[in-house]
Write a protein that binds this ligand. Structure first.
Ligand code: GLN
Ligand code: ZN
Length: 762
């Protein structure tokens, strides 16, 4: 019998109950007890959702983050919170957020500490709390969370498989601040895992899922050796270990994975199908092979018959040794499609969220165990949906295909080189030295949100909406003129989100109402769904921008989101390469760029906030991605005349590995995040002789602090040591939409004053 199991389930709740519960608790509006009860309810509900499976994950639930939970399980708690003696969950929130619930903190006479660093979970949009490590980090077991959940699951009569992060991935995801070698900690951490496994065995646990996603990344000899040592140290463990990798192929780590002394191996058979054949030759004959056959990263129905076509011979060969599962934890997909009532019926019939993915899994298992005929009706209706999607005229647009085939390299090239362009633009724009600007958005006030909501729900009509937004734009322009900024923006009042705004106006996109995916803690994102060929029925921003330009003599910067960022923040189609979807987006946004230019807009910014995060997990694959990503940006941006100035913005500061590609984009100006690194990161641009304009952010918009004029002057002088001053711009790190006007005005006042001083002092 082929077993079916799951690696992890969305924990936020189909109605985002956990988010609501957490935020109420943090605001002091509910008690810790209520929060814990909610957690237990959600766990119970989610286990019931999965009750048709042979093995159900346990320990994948978390009030904040599973890696932070693992740190607590291993007793690796940052020194700065050890003194607090409250409830462990509060301590956990203190690490995650720098504080717990206000009431609890008040009682403890406590006023906040540094939050733990948060970073992206592999190539997903989930963020985890980075384990803090140093040469003298010690580990001691605290299994209380897992034991409590085991007790809960037992009372439901369900067989669960605890999920833990393996020692190598745990260490690899952690950071040492003292420059010590993380692998020195291996001998201390492995015995704690040993103890945990023993304890779980004592509770009657048979299988433990031990996640080692670093197995899909490049590992050097030292780390491979560490894998061998660690798992050798666990081989006497009384439970069976399912060594679990996901998010990609094992590739050159295949041999390593196959030789480790564990009872079973799970691999991502969606992205790593090629691994299977050679793995079968080297996998010891007593190993379970679990194949992740349902994509845990997208929202499309699986083509079940096609999966069965290649799975059946494997099932024949492996017999009881074959398990099936989703490719990775379902944390990365929304909970339940059934909640979607407004979603277009045709498109809805093509989709599967977490619950539906588990139904697919059950169908596959039934077909393998009982024969396809046992589930013929279900397979037929799946086939029908898959074919309907393939053949739908809404997915393929011949005009878009033709335009794509017509892409020529010249389309991505400016007419002249940067120095020539700069010389043409200067007399037109008449900008001073150290020109000042902002990144696009201004405070999204409650008033702005209300107007957008009223329009969405039909409480006000289009002309009332236009009037209200224009009033906001006018205010924003007035404020910027009063501040004395050189290049103005319209402020983005009409945008709820920089991707959704464009997705809503492009053909080929659709939106769910409840398709939330956890990003970190209580924060969720609802990625738009890119389902078909992309086209732009009409201009998307031109009216707002030209209105804004009509109010001022200063240059008004048009504001667009770039194709790579739109792609990386969407659920994308699986029936064509990402690069192709991206080129379609590029052609659509290019039209917008050209329309803005035609409407007399002289500066156009194309944000690529998510370009870097699209980098593949293996370095060896970076260049291929960067090549098409840069090509797409160039197609979007570079069709303009020399007179038009192109800006781009990236809100991060690590450019070391991608500087050549960034230069290749050939934007006239790039604005980046720098304020927290004291301009050191400009060294990368300096060493590369980055040829075009740069606006290194002079203050951190994530903080409510008002930057001082002197501080900004000092930062810019440091910048000028690396980049010739005629190519420097002065701007904040990122958009201002999360700030209040009361913070923005003094901050920008200081920024403009600093720029004026720089013009004299340098
Ligand atoms: N133009 C966007 C803004 O100012 C850029 C946001 C971003 O880079 N994340 O909000
Ligand atoms: Zn930004």
């Amino acid at each position: 019998m082929v077993k079916k199991h799951n690696l992890g389930y969305p924990r936020i709740g189909a109605g985002r109950e956990l988010k609501i519960g957490l935020e109420a608790y943090w605001k002091g509006k509910s008690s810790l007890k209520e929060l814990k009860t909610l957690g237990a309810d959600l766990r119970r509900r989610h286990w019931r959702d999965q009750s048709g499976l042979d093995l159900i994950p346990l320990g994948d639930f978390s009030f904040y983050d599973q890696i932070l939970d693992m740190s607590f399980t291993l007793g690796n708690i940052p020194e700065r919170v050890k003194a607090y003696s409250g409830d462990m969950l509060d301590t956990c929130f203190r690490v995650a957020r720098g504080r717990s619930a206000p009431a609890a903190d008040e009682k403890a006479g406590f006023s906040g500490i540094n939050a733990g660093e948060m970073t992206k979970w592999f190539d997903t949009n989930y963020h985890y709390i980075v384990p803090e490590l140093s040469a003298d980090t010690g580990f001691t077991l605290d299994a209380s969370r897992l034991l409590q959940e085991l007790a809960e699951v037992k009372s439901l009569g369900i067989t669960a498989k605890p999920v833990i992060t393996g020692p190598l991935s745990y260490l690899s995801l952690g950071k040492t601040k003292d420059g010590s070698d993380k692998l020195d900690l291996l001998s201390g951490i492995v015995p704690v895992y040993g103890e945990l496994l023993e304890l779980l065995a004592g509770e009657g646990v048979e299988w433990v899922q031990i996640d080692e996603p670093v197995l899909v990344t490049e590992l050097d000899a030292e780390w491979k050796d560490a894998f061998r040592r660690a798992y050798d140290g666990l081989k006497e463990s009384p439970v069976k270990l399912l060594l679990t990798s996901y998010f990609g192929r094992l590739g050159e780590n295949r041999e390593l994975a196959a030789e480790l002394p564990v009872a079973g191996l799970h691999l991502d058979a969606v992205n790593g199908r090629d691994d299977i054949e050679s793995l079968l030759h080297i996998l010891p004959s007593d190993r379970i092979l679990s194949l992740g056959v349902i994509n845990g990263r997208n929202i499309w129905k699986t083509d079940l018959n096609t999966v069965l076509d290649w799975l059946e011979p494997l099932a024949e060969h492996l017999g009881d040794r074959l398990w099936i599962a989703p490719s990775c934890s379902l944390l990365h997909v929304p909970a339940d499609l059934e909640r979607e009532e407004k979603l277009d019926g045709e498109i809805k019939s093509w989709l599967a969220f977490a619950r539906q993915k588990l139904e697919e899994l059950s169908l596959l298992a039934a077909a393998l165990n009982l024969g396809r005929d046992a589930v013929r009706d279900e397979l037929d209706s799946n086939q029908e949906a898959v074919e309907a999607r393939q053949n739908s005229p809404r997915v393929r647009n011949p005009a878009v295909r033709e335009a794509l085939a017509g892409i020529r390299p010249e389309m991505g090239c400016r007419k002249s080189s940067y120095p020539v362009r700069a010389a043409v633009q200067a007399p037109l724009l008449k900008l001073p030295k150290f020109p000042t600007t902002t990144i696009g958005s201004y405070p999204q006030t409650p008033e702005i949100r209300r107007v957008r909501r009223q329009f969405r729900t039909g409480k006000i009509n289009r002309s009332e909406y236009t009037d209200a937004i224009q009033r906001e734009i006018a205010r924003c322009v007035r404020e910027q003129e009063a501040l004395g900024l050189d290049v103005l923006v319209h402020g983005e009042a009409e945008r709820n989100d920089m991707v959704e705004y464009f997705g809503e106006q492009l053909d080929g996109y659709t939106f769910s109402d409840f398709g939330w995916v956890q990003s970190y803690g209580s924060r969720c994102v609802k990625p738009p769904i890119l389902f078909g060929d992309i086209s732009r029925p009409k201009a998307m921003t031109v009216d707002w921008i030209t209105y804004a330009q009509s109010l001022t003599d200063k240059p008004m910067k048009g504001m667009l989101t770039g194709p790579v960022t739109i792609l990386n923040w969407s659920f994308v189609r699986d029936d064509q390469p990402r690069s192709e979807s991206c080129r379609q987006l590029a052609l659509a946004i290019r039209k917008e760029v050209l329309d803005l230019e035609k409407a007399g807009i002289r500066i156009i910014q194309i944000d690529e906030a998510a370009l870097r995060e699209g980098l593949p997990l293996r370095r060896s694959e970076w260049q291929e991605y960067l090549d098409w990503a840069v090509e797409c940006f160039r197609i979007t941006a570079n069709g303009v005349a020399d007179e038009t100035q192109i800006h781009t913005h990236m809100c991060y500061s690590e450019f070391k590995d991608i500087i050549a590609s960034i230069a290749d984009m050939d934007a006239d100006v790039i604005t980046i995040e720098t304020s927290r690194s004291d301009m050191d990161l400009l060294d990368v641009f300096d060493r590369f002789n980055y040829p075009n304009g740069i606006g290194p952010g002079v203050y951190d918009i994530h903080s409510p602090n008002i930057p001082g004029e002197d501080h900004i002057v000092a930062l810019m002088k440091q910048a000028a040591r690396r980049i010739p001053e005629e190519r420097l711009w002065v701007n904040p790190d990122c958009g201002l939409k999360t700030r209040q006007w009361e913070e923005v005005i003094p901050s920008l006042t200081n920024m403009v004053a600093a720029a004026r001083r720089l013009r004299i002092e340098t």
